[in-house]
Write a protein that binds this ligand. Structure first.
Ligand SMILES: NC(=O)CCC(=O)C(=O)O
Length: 271
């Protein structure tokens, strides 16, 4: 499976339209990959709380349409990172905004959405302004290099979710072999990002794909250090601190071989 992680850098002075056009060009350049991943909240700004309401859009809004077209043209599955989704609340805290990931098929169809379950901010930011997601999402992503019918089961989560191991166990129990984690994770805690990604890979015997943000926006320096970790906890590739595209290939069959050779998950006693 060939994956590309677009570790986007942005500041405060780029319009959403300009940033979207730049992202589309970066996605188009990744043709030949099975899966392309963008960071959390790149259109609205991961920590740009004051802009979120104005930049919120529905899951078929202008950013989503641009990403759908890019996925179709590049013929890739595109995890478009997340947007601030505006919808009519039917549950939650009634804000009507969610931190929502969007996944598009190589045909440009929106095949999955995931609303971030654990909101970051300790009473500010996400918990103050957004509703929490409630649904676990695992999707099948086609792997062209492994034959026309081959696919892997990918569990979705977002940034701060990484601190909650029970979420990943639940995704594992729904069949996940790979976890994809877009983020806007700050530089000052980037060591946690690196360590927790490796921990999730080792404890759940899954491949972990972590795509972070770079640059500084709204006074927050982002950590970069996107990484891909295999099911044994081996770091296959790590990005630096600046904008960068990480291209990584791994064999999903190795995850199953490892689970068979070291069947620790079969010894679980608390469920
Ligand atoms: N956007 C986020 O979820 C940030 C999470 C974070 O900074 C942390 O967990 O530390």
């Amino acid at each position: 499976m060939k994956v590309a992680l677009i570790q986007l850098a942005y500041g405060d002075d780029e319009s959403v339209a300009d940033r979207t056009a730049r992202v589309v060009d970066l996605v188009l350049a990744q043709e030949g990959h099975d899966l392309v991943v963008l960071p959390e909240l790149w259109p609205a700004g991961g920590f740009d709380y004051r802009a979120w309401d104005e930049r919120a859009e529905p899951v078929d809004g202008p950013v989503a349409r641009a990403l759908a077209a890019a996925a179709r043209e590049a013929r890739v599955t595109l995890h478009g990172g997340s947007i601030v989704e505006r919808a009519t609340p039917t549950d939650g805290d009634g804000h009507g905004l969610w931190n929502t990931s969007l996944v598009f098929s190589p045909a440009g169809e929106l095949v999955a959405t995931y609303r971030k379950i654990h909101r970051f901010g300790f009473g500010e930011g996400e918990p103050k302004l957004m509703d929490p997601g409630a649904d676990l999402v695992v999707i099948d992503v086609p792997v062209a290099s492994a034959g026309p019918r081959a696919s892997v089961a990918v569990g979705l989560s977002t940034c701060y979710d990484l601190r909650f191991p029970e979420l990943y166990r639940a995704l594992l129990d729904r069949g996940a072999e790979v976890f994809v984690i877009p983020a806007a994770w700050p530089a000052k805690r980037v060591a946690h990002w690196t360590l927790l990604g490796q921990a999730r890979a080792v404890e759940d015997q899954c491949v972990v794909i972590q795509c972070n943000t770079a640059g500084t926006h709204a006074g927050h320096e982002m950590g970069g250090r996107s990484q891909v970790v295999d099911a044994q906890g081996v770091v296959l590739a790590t990005a630096g601190h600046h904008e960068e595209v990480l291209s990584v290939e791994f064999d999903p069959a190795e995850t199953h071989a490892w689970r068979g050779a070291f069947p620790v998950l079969a010894d679980r006693r608390l469920r």
